[in-house]
Design a protein around this ligand. Structure first.
Ligand code: SIN
Length: 271
């Protein structure tokens, strides 16, 4: 696709592009927003360098693409006075990091976020990359028999799986049912929508069959040829589409510090 207000440099033929020529710390024109929307649809995750976002410019950027999604499961990590902003932070005292398991953000919510905008201001000298995998590519590489088998099935996505041990006892966490294969509302393409971080079972199947199929899919979606890997620098941004991507944050930098903020943009009920 040709753009007039931005430049896109692909990371791989399948997924990911670094975008230049746009300043996200100030207001965006209608054409810039439209071209960024197109770039997200084309590349599934778009990256930006050297953008010193503050809370207000981060929120303004997110609002250019929709309302802000407030996720109940991550309430305790929001920035005081800014319920829209989740802190993503790890240092020498951390016992876990957000998003290490392959997942699609908040697929436990009834209407999971369309996209996530992660801004990191502090990163380790090396390590702390995020890996993204295209769920279009993963779906396209299934056999026709497997595609037919999965069509029409639904799965349970339960926040307890990822957040059960790290949220206050008694906190009610969301659980939702979504199609195993969903359709992207903008491109009309099909994607695999089960993930190791949130999906507990395929509904209506015997438990052993559900577990076997989920394990097959969890392995399948991690194939390197569906992926790109982003190496962060201070003040980089990743904006990804949760409807057609899974991602995993690599924690190979302990005890170093990696820190920033994430905002999610509201999405629709998967179909
Ligand atoms: C997340 O899963 O949203 C966090 C990703 C990251 O820290 O790279």
């Amino acid at each position: 696709m040709r753009y007039e207000t931005i430049k896109a440099h692909r990371l791989t033929p399948i997924v990911g592009a670094e975008i230049s020529g746009v300043d996200l710390t100030g207001p965006l024109s209608g054409q810039q927003v439209e071209e960024l929307r197109q770039a997200l649809a084309e590349h599934l995750v778009i990256f930006f360098r050297d953008q010193k976002l503050d809370f207000e410019s981060h929120k303004a950027m997110a609002r250019a693409f929709g309302d802000i999604h407030i996720a109940p499961s991550t309430r305790q990590w929001t920035e005081p006075g800014h319920p829209e902003i989740t802190r993503i932070h790890a240092d020498e005292n951390s016992t876990f990091v957000a998003g290490e398991d392959w997942h699609s953000d908040m697929s436990c919510d009834p209407e999971p976020p369309l996209g996530s905008i992660l801004y990191l201001h502090t990163v380790p000298e090396v390590g702390g990359d995020t890996v993204f995998s295209s769920m279009y590519a993963a779906y396209d590489r299934l056999s026709d028999r497997m595609k037919a088998y999965l069509e029409g099935l639904t799965a349970t996505h339960d926040a307890t799986l990822g957040f059960g041990g790290i949220t206050p006892p008694g906190m009610v966490l969301p659980k939702s049912s979504h199609p195993v294969i969903r359709t992207h509302p903008m491109t009309g393409r099909k994607t695999i929508y089960v993930n190791r971080g949130f999906t507990t079972k395929i509904e209506g199947l015997p438990a052993h069959e559900s577990t076997a199929i989920l394990n097959f899919l969890f392995q399948h979606v991690q194939k390197p040829e569906f992926q790109c890997r982003f190496s962060w620098k201070p003040h980089s941004i990743a904006f990804w589409d949760n409807r057609c991507l899974q991602h995993s944050a690599i924690w190979d930098y302990f005890p170093n510090r990696r820190s920033g903020y994430r905002i999610q943009v509201c999405g629709e009920k998967p179909y």
